[in-house]
Design a protein around this ligand. Structure first.
Ligand code: ZN
Length: 255
């Protein structure tokens, strides 16, 4: 399985528009972070988790050529605003793009992108999707792959993370119920969010994430959904335990 980090930034991305913060002015490519998303490939399958406002640019840079499914973690705009840009995949593949999300998230997308979900008098250039409701404690299949949803809390908002074999992707997490931890057992690669060092009401801080990684005990962990307030990539990476890495845009890992 290949996992490609399409974006590793928090909702505004890095650099933040108009910011004079030193991290926003950094020339290190690892300090440039698009909105958070990953591309996962295995056995001819190609899926993307979340589809934020940078989706088009991310698909071009990564050279992603097919999209077999789109999985959503939650409805916030930094995770969903790029949905219209699935059009080239829809045209090329000549079939509806399967979209997997919580019922609440599907309803939200239907309101915001009504023309994509329309069944009558559809505008000819609009893409079409097939929707699949993701439910708590109900794993689903993509080809031979079993995908296990992991239920987490983003402040008061429910969010789904996903496990695909030895890979777990969790973003926008602040709380994880003890009952969900069994789904993370023996994971090799854990991706989890950390916003910055300072605490935040709906995101793990760096210390929250390190405590969570210590609890889960993956072989390797990658941190994502990073704010410019976290600091320079190079400086923060130096401080992390040996098996913990700050993810960065266009990093690709094999699992
Ligand atoms: Zn987010």
């Amino acid at each position: 399985m290949q996992v490609y980090f399409l974006g590793t930034g928090t909702s505004q991305g890095i650099p933040v528009i108009g910011s004079q913060h030193p991290v926003c002015l950094s020339n290190d490519r690892k300090d440039k972070r698009l909105r958070v998303s990953v591309w996962v490939r295995w056995e001819g399958w190609s899926i993307v988790i979340d589809c934020g406002p940078d989706f088009r640019q991310q698909m071009l840079v990564s050279r992603c050529e097919t999209l077999d499914a789109l999985l959503f973690t939650h409805e916030h705009s930094d995770h969903t605003a790029g949905l219209d840009d699935i059009r080239p995949f829809f045209f090329k593949q000549q079939k509806n793009i399967p979209v997997y999300a919580h019922e609440r998230v599907l309803e939200n997308l239907k309101q915001r992108f009504d023309y994509i979900f329309a069944t009558e008098n559809k505008y000819p250039g609009a893409p079409s999707v097939d929707t699949f409701e993701v439910q708590h404690d109900v794993p689903f299949r993509l080809g031979n792959m079993i995908v296990t949803p992991i239920n987490v809390g983003h402040g008061s908002l429910q969010v789904f993370g996903y496990r695909l074999q030895d890979f777990v992707y969790l973003t926008d997490v602040k709380t994880v119920d003890a009952g969900e931890l069994v789904k993370l057992k023996d994971v090799k690669v854990l991706v989890v969010n950390a916003l910055r060092e300072e605490p935040h009401h709906s995101h793990f801080s760096l210390q929250d994430a390190l405590d969570f990684i210590h609890l889960v005990q993956p072989e390797r962990a990658y941190i994502t959904h990073i704010s410019h307030l976290m600091g320079f990539h190079e400086v923060v990476q130096e401080k992390l335990p040996a098996n913990v890495y700050l993810a960065y845009d266009n990093l690709e890992i094999n699992i």
